[in-house]
Design a protein around this ligand. Structure first.
Ligand code: HEC
Ligand code: HEC
Ligand code: HEC
Ligand code: HEC
Ligand code: HEC
Ligand code: HEC
Ligand code: HEC
Ligand code: HEC
Ligand code: HEC
Length: 427
């Protein structure tokens, strides 16, 4: 009994391995030359010809693959009845539901993919199956994204290539083919304003206009292949991939458990998800438009904390402003203040740190950081004022010799005139 099932398992494993060794390598072997599929299709018009033309730049063609690796058939025969016959393994145009498995035949196989790239991930299909896209596809919804919706079917480029559909600055456009199309998305109960909002964010401004690749686009927050709306309590982790200090302070703050109880999406409550804009001290305080007043009542201790933090930020900001102005004035007059000017960098960094410290929602912590900034800015301001005073003093000392010289020259002139008049040659 036991021996039998063992034997069966061994045989079925051997069988599976044989099927894999016989079938898989064939459909993954490089296409022969000449390649009838490419040659015939290149001459065909429209949709039949386009794939052959697009394949030229395709990463797969560059690695020696061709039509046959995705569509099957016999690329050695120029007879359509043979090359595109079922007997030769031709499978036609894959349906959306078949595409993930088609790509996964190579992309899910670590040993195979390592031959081409030692570091490429092979979890795309697994991640995809956990995504809303993958789960709905499995239930027969063919309007969701499959591998080919985001990467195209032909002309696929590496993600880091500037013309790739998944190159970071292009991703928002790729996702929004569907997500910003009201007609396409009309059967679903989700908004279609993600792109519109994202384009107004500081993130898009940096990534799309300034090509600053450290700023996020859709897949940085939703995952490349596991596209999910994040659960409310994982938002801080998502934003915290990049905003580490804000996250660390927030998760220890009284807002973390409070927001969890109220099922509020953490950072998004105050900063929004897609339309994240640059912050200013107007966000904090006891009066509108501060975000705090939407939850805390007028006169509450929480709003006193909010007003206290606002004051710390404003005071430091105006001190930095004044010190900068005075330093510039001194510099214009030729005074040496470069060291103090340099220290203002630290003061400005401290101001950002104070804004970060807000996420502790503890006034004492904010005051502590503000004091360090105040000290640096105050020091620089004193240097500037000292330099300006010194300039005034120097001016006094510079004027005196000038006045003396002028007076002397005048006396000399008068003396000369007098000597001229008295001279014997004079009339
Ligand atoms: C001698 C020319 C010729 C050769 C060789 C050829 N094709 Fe085609 N192929 C066509 C024509 C014509 C059509 C459109 C008519 C049809 O579907 O039969 C077509 C259609 C297709 C389609 C679209 C089918 C559909 O249902 O829309 C695919 C995919 C395709 N070919 C792949 C291949 C592959 C893969 C090979 C090589 C193994 C190949 N072709 C070889 C001429 C050719
Ligand atoms: C990396 C895999 C892959 C390769 C290589 C590939 N195709 Fe395709 N092809 C697909 C997929 C996937 C689709 C279905 C696209 C979709 O549904 O959006 C498709 C669709 C097509 C279609 C139907 C197009 C349409 O707009 O209806 C034709 C024709 C076609 N392929 C021909 C070719 C030819 C010819 C080659 C070689 C020059 C080729 N393909 C190479 C994956 C591939
Ligand atoms: C919703 C859009 C989307 C879908 C669906 C999708 N991808 Fe991707 N894919 C991306 C994005 C975006 C990147 C770029 C990631 C980056 O910038 O590093 C990517 C990267 C890749 C890479 C490069 C290596 C890596 O993992 O970063 C491969 C390979 C890949 N995808 C294959 C697939 C396969 C296979 C499928 C289907 C099972 C698929 N993708 C489905 C959007 C998608
Ligand atoms: C015959 C095997 C095979 C099939 C089928 C296949 N790929 Fe690939 N793919 C490769 C290989 C090999 C590479 C090159 C990897 C490398 O060198 O980085 C590659 C590269 C890629 C890349 C670029 C990865 C990067 O470095 O950013 C993307 C994206 C990609 N494939 C998507 C797809 C999609 C989508 C499909 C299905 C429509 C598909 N592939 C089907 C073998 C395959
Ligand atoms: C081919 C069209 C298409 C493309 C391209 C596409 N999606 Fe989707 N997506 C859908 C559809 C359809 C749904 C299902 C809507 C639903 O969940 O009710 C969906 C669902 C989602 C969801 C779940 C929404 C929810 O609350 O249920 C997220 C998140 C998502 N997509 C993100 C992305 C991202 C990020 C990209 C690009 C990297 C992308 N999608 C590309 C069509 C697409
Ligand atoms: C900075 C992170 C971030 C970026 C960038 C981002 N999202 Fe989102 N997205 C979120 C968060 C967080 C949620 C969930 C918000 C909530 O629970 O209130 C969300 C929700 C969604 C949803 C669910 C429906 C909805 O609007 O609530 C879709 C679909 C979606 N995003 C698509 C996209 C697309 C497409 C892009 C690119 C144009 C994108 N997202 C860019 C963080 C981001
Ligand atoms: C992939 C990294 C990344 C992710 C993920 C990310 N951000 Fe950002 N964020 C940045 C970068 C880079 C900047 C620009 C910083 C700068 O120039 O000062 C930025 C700027 C900001 C700013 C403006 C800061 C200022 O000085 O005014 C806010 C607010 C912000 N992000 C909040 C969020 C929130 C909330 C989330 C999650 C929903 C998030 N970010 C997700 C990278 C990211
Ligand atoms: C979405 C609603 C919401 C917003 C917006 C909000 N809070 Fe809160 N806050 C709460 C809840 C709920 C608690 C926990 C219960 C309590 O202390 O009232 C809390 C607690 C606090 C506490 C802790 C009080 C204690 O017990 O130690 C402080 C301080 C605080 N908030 C300050 C702020 C400031 C400053 C802002 C604006 C930047 C703000 N809150 C914005 C809901 C909010
Ligand atoms: C209760 C409201 C609230 C929550 C929740 C919140 N923030 Fe903030 N955030 C603020 C306020 C208020 C400021 C600063 C206002 C100012 O400029 O003085 C700020 C400033 C910022 C800044 C710019 C200053 C800096 O640190 O560089 C970033 C980035 C930021 N928040 C990210 C996040 C992230 C990430 C989360 C979630 C982990 C988060 N915030 C949660 C209210 C909030």
């Amino acid at each position: 009994m036991r021996g039998n099932s063992w034997r069966r398992m061994v045989f079925s494993a051997l069988g599976a391995a044989a099927v894999f060794l016989l079938a898989a390598p064939e459909s993954r072997a490089a296409a022969p030359q000449p390649d009838s599929c490419v040659q015939c299709h290149r001459a065909l018009p429209g949709k039949l010809g386009a794939p052959a033309k697009m394949l030229e730049a395709d990463i797969h063609a560059q690695k020696g693959f061709s039509c046959v690796n995705c569509h099957g058939g016999d690329p050695a025969s120029f007879d359509v009845k043979v090359s595109m016959s079922k007997e030769k393994g031709y499978t036609g145009v894959p349906k959306p539901a078949e595409i993930p498995a088609l790509c996964d035949k190579c992309h899910g196989d670590l040993a195979f993919m390592r031959r081409f790239s030692p570091s490429i991930a092979v979890d795309q299909h697994k991640a995809y199956q956990t995504s809303v896209h993958g789960q709905r596809l499995a239930k027969g919804d063919v309007k969701v994204a499959t591998c080919a919706s985001c990467h195209n079917a032909h002309g696929i480029l590496p993600a880091a290539h500037a013309n790739s559909t998944v190159y970071a600055p292009k991703v928002a456009g790729t996702c929004s083919k569907c997500h910003a199309d009201k007609a396409y998305m009309k059967d679903y109960k989700i908004p279609t304003n993600q792109l519109e909002n994202y384009l107004q964010s500081v993130h898009a401004d940096l990534l799309i206009k300034k090509r600053e690749l450290s700023a996020p686009t859709c897949n940085d927050c939703h995952g490349n292949h596991g596209a999910f709306p994040p659960a409310v309590s994982s938002v801080s982790g998502m934003c915290g991939q990049c905003h580490v200090n804000n996250r660390d302070l927030f998760v220890k703050s009284p807002h973390k458990p409070a927001f969890e109880r109220m099922k509020l999406p953490e950072c998004v409550v105050c900063h929004s998800n897609h339309k994240v804009v640059r912050v200013s001290e107007a966000m904090i305080g006891d009066k509108s438009p501060a975000v705090c007043v939407s939850c805390h009542a007028a006169g509450s201790p929480q709003l006193r904390v909010a007003a206290g933090m606002r004051k710390q930020i404003e005071d430091l900001k105006s001190l930095i402003h004044r010190a900068t102005e005075e330093l510039e004035k001194a510099e214009r007059l030729g005074m040496e203040v470069s060291e103090a000017k340099f220290s203002m960098k630290e003061a400005r960094t401290m101001l950002i740190k104070v804004r970060t410290q807000v996420h502790s929602f503890a006034l004492k912590e904010v005051e502590k950081e503000a004091q360090i900034g105040n000290k640096v800015a105050q020091g620089a301001l004193q240097t500037a004022l000292g330099a300006l005073k010194e300039f005034e003093a120097r001016r006094r000392w510079v004027i005196l010799p000038i006045v003396l010289t002028v007076v002397l020259a005048l006396l000399l002139f008068l003396k000369l005139r007098e000597m001229e008049r008295k001279s014997p040659g004079g009339v």
